[in-house]
Design a binder for this molecule. Structure first.
Ligand code: NAP
Ligand code: MG
Length: 401
C-alpha cells in the first residue's frame, strides 16, 4: 500500500508522562503505517523545557505561526512538587499559556460524541463547542478588603494627567471592593476567532453577556461583536447558511439546556470557565474532549483537553497495566492532519483523518473501549470488552487497516 503524502509539515509538540507514551503509540500504529508523516518536531517535555530555559516552547509557537498548523501533546505545568521531582532551574510557566500569548488565540473545546456514551442532558443530540475568552475580567482583578467606613472610587488618569472619577460606594462599615478590566483589542481578536471558527465549522455562533446590568462593560463586548459581524462576517455567514445569535447570558444558559446542541457557544472568561466544565462533564469524560487554539490570523493548534494523566503514568512506570483513553489525543492528530489537508488541497489526507476518526469511534461502538468509558457506557455490559492502552490502539489500527 502506498502512503499518503503531505506537502507542509505539521508542528509537532511532544509532551509528558502518560500522554507522551500515547503519543508514540499513536504515531507508530495509527499514523506512520498510512501517512508519509512530515513534522517539525519540538520536544516540550519538561526536561527539555528546563534544558532550553523554556526557549523550545517559544520556538514551537513561532514555528506554528510560520507553518500554520500544530499538534500538541499534554504537558506538565510545573508546581513546587514538580520543581523537586525534576530538579528544575525554575518553575516554568504553563506551555499552553506561553503559546496562547504568542499566537493570541482563542481555545475551542468540543466533546467527541459516540454511540454508547450518552450526554446526561437527553435532548443534546450534537456536540456543543465552547469558546472561552482568555483575557481579563476577574482573572486580572485588583481587590481590596475594606476595613471599615470610607469611600471607594473608580479613578482613570489619561496620558495628559486628567482624572475621571466615579463613586463606587460610600461604606458605613467593612466590606470588599474589586476592579476589573478588559481591552478592545483582546475582545476584537476573540470575536474574530469565534466568527472565523463558526465559518470553518459551518456551525451557528451564540454569544451572551449581562449587558442589561453592565451597560458599559458587558455592552462593550456586545458592541464589538455586533460591529465586527456587520462589517466583516454578515455576508459570509448568510452565504454559508449559518447565523450569529446574541442573547443575555442567563437566557443563553436556559436555551442551551433545552437545545439539540450543535452550536459554538462564545463565553466571557468567567462564564467560559464555569460553563466548559458543565458542558464537558455533561457529555461524559475529559478524555473525550478535543481542544483547538485558533488565532485571529488563522493559525491552528490542536490538542486533547485533558492533562498528562500522571496517576496512570506512575502505574506504567511500576510495570502495571494501564487503560488510558487515547481518543482525544488521536482526534488532536486527525484534526491537525485534516486542517493541513484543507490548507494544502490534499483530499487524501483529509479522507485519512475522517477514516482514523471513524475507526476510533467504530471500535468503541463495537464495545471495545478503555476503562474510563466502560464505567459510563450505556451499551449492555455483556457486549463490552475493556482493553489496556496498547491493545485498544491495536484494535483501532486493525479496523483502520
Ligand atoms: P489529568 O491528566 O487530566 O488527569 C486527571 C484524571 O482524569 C486522571 O487521573 C484520570 O482519572 C482522568 N483522566 C484524564 N485523562 C484521561 C484519559 N485520557 N484516560 C483515562 N483517564 C483520564 O489531570 P491532572 O492529573 O490533574 O494533571 C496531570 C498533569 O497534567 C499536571 O502536571 C498538569 O499540569 C497537566 N495538565 C496539562 C494540560 C495540558 O497540557 N493541556 C491540561 C491539564 C493538566 P483516574 O486516575 O481516576 O483514572
Ligand atoms: Mg474551570
Amino acid at each position: 500500500m502506498s502512503k499518503i503524502m503531505m506537502k507542509t509539515p505539521l508542528v509537532e509538540m511532544d509532551g509528558d508522562e502518560m500522554t507522551r507514551i500515547l503519543w508514540e503509540m499513536i504515531k507508530d500504529k495509527l499514523l506512520m503505517p498510512f501517512v508519509s508523516l512530515q513534522t517539525e518536531y519540538y520536544d516540550l517535555g519538561l526536561k527539555k523545557r528546563d534544558e532550553t530555559d523554556d526557549q523550545i516552547t517559544i520556538d514551537s509557537a513561532e514555528a506554528t505561526k510560520r507553518l500554520g498548523v500544530a499538534v500538541k501533546c499534554a504537558t506538565i505545568t510545573p508546581n513546587a512538587d514538580r520543581v523537586r521531582e525534576y530538579g528544575l532551574k525554575e518553575m516554568w510557566k504553563s506551555p499552553n499559556g506561553t503559546i496562547r500569548a504568542i499566537l493570541d488565540g482563542t481555545v475551542f473545546r468540543t466533546p467527541i460524541t459516540v454511540k454508547g456514551i450518552e450526554p446526561c442532558v437527553r435532548n443534546w443530540e450534537k456536540p456543543i463547542t465552547l469558546a472561552r475568552h482568555a483575557y481579563g475580567d476577574v482573572y486580572k482583578n485588583v481587590e481590596l478588603r475594606v476595613p471599615g467606613a470610607g469611600k471607594a472610587e473608580l479613578v482613570y488618569t489619561d496620558a495628559a494627567g486628567n482624572e475621571t472619577r466615579k463613586l463606587i460606594q460610600t461604606f458605613t462599615g467593612p466590606g470588599v471592593v474589586q476592579g476589573v478590566h478588559n481591552l478592545d483589542a483582546s475582545i476584537e481578536s476573540f470575536a474574530r476567532a469565534c466568527f472565523q471558527f463558526a465559518l470553518d465549522e459551518k456551525k451557528e455562533l451564540w454569544f451572551g453577556t449581562k449587558d442589561t446590568i453592565s451597560k458599559t462593560y458587558d455592552a462593550r463586548f456586545r458592541e464589538i461583536f455586533d460591529g465586527i459581524y456587520e462589517k466583516e462576517y454578515k455576508e459570509r455567514f448568510q452565504n454559508a447558511g449559518i447565523t450569529y445569535f446574541y442573547t443575555l447570558i442567563d437566557d443563553a444558559v436556559a436555551r442551551i439546556m433545552k437545545s439539540k446542541g450543535g452550536m459554538i457557544w462564545a463565553c466571557k472568561n468567567y462564564d467560559g470557565d464555569v460553563m466548559s466544565d458543565m458542558v464537558s462533564s455533561a457529555f461524559g469524560s475529559l478524555a473525550m474532549m478535543t481542544s483547538v487554539l485558533v488565532s485571529p490570523s488563522g493559525v491552528y493548534e490542536y490538542e486533547a483537553a485533558h492533562g498528562t494523566v500522571q496517576r496512570h503514568y506512575y502505574k506504567h512506570l511500576k510495570g502495571e497495566e494501564t487503560s488510558t483513553n487515547p481518543v482525544a489525543t488521536i482526534f488532536a492528530w486527525s484534526g491537525a492532519l485534516r486542517k493541513r489537508g484543507e490548507l494544502d488541497a490534499l483530499p487524501e489526507l483529509q479522507k485519512f483523518a475522517d477514516r482514523l476518526e471513524a475507526a476510533t469511534l467504530g471500535t468503541i461502538e463495537s464495545g471495545v473501549m478503555t476503562k474510563d468509558l466502560a464505567l459510563i457506557t450505556t451499551l449492555p455490559k455483556e457486549s463490552v470488552t475493556v482493553k489496556n492502552t496498547g491493545d485498544f490502539i491495536d484494535a483501532i489500527a486493525a479496523r483502520l487497516s
